[in-house]
Write a protein of this length. Structure first.
Length: 134
């Protein structure tokens, strides 16, 4: 499995560009799912992820600052290192300020948890972003 290691103390990014669907449900929620595993493990340790986004529609400037939402602290599995976790969180489309057919730049990273930050790297194997449609 190809994976990206996210460090405990330094932000590392994965980036992608998307086009929002033409039938975007602007009253819905974007759902983010992350699959991964800790390379080091201690009881009750946590990870937190950050999802950056910058969108622009036709006829508008591409030079925009990124907005960001975080996952909040997510407790890693209680079994041990190298065991797969699945974390899910949502954010309202209205909070993200996305519109139908917007071109979006997305960045994903790990940031320090508010409490009990997991030691060592966290290996992310997959990220799934579900965008609501009308």
């Amino acid at each position: 499995i190809k994976r990206v290691l996210y460090y405990a103390t330094t932000e590392v990014f994965q980036q992608v560009q998307i086009v929002a669907p033409s039938d975007l449900n602007t009253s819905g929620n974007v759902q983010v799912e992350v699959y991964g595993y800790p390379t080091a493990w201690t009881t009750n340790s946590r990870v937190q992820f950050k999802f950056y986004h910058a969108v622009a529609g036709a006829g508008t400037t591409w030079d925009r600052a990124y907005g960001a939402v975080t996952s909040g602290d997510k407790t890693i599995n209680a079994v041990g290192q190298d065991v797969i976790d699945r974390f899910v969180w949502t954010s309202p489309v209205s909070t993200l300020a996305w519109q139908a057919n917007d071109l979006g730049r997305l960045k994903f990273s790990r940031v320090a948890s508010a409490a009990s930050n997991a030691p060592g790297d966290y290996g992310v194997t997959a990220i799934k972003i579900s965008i609501p449609r009308a």
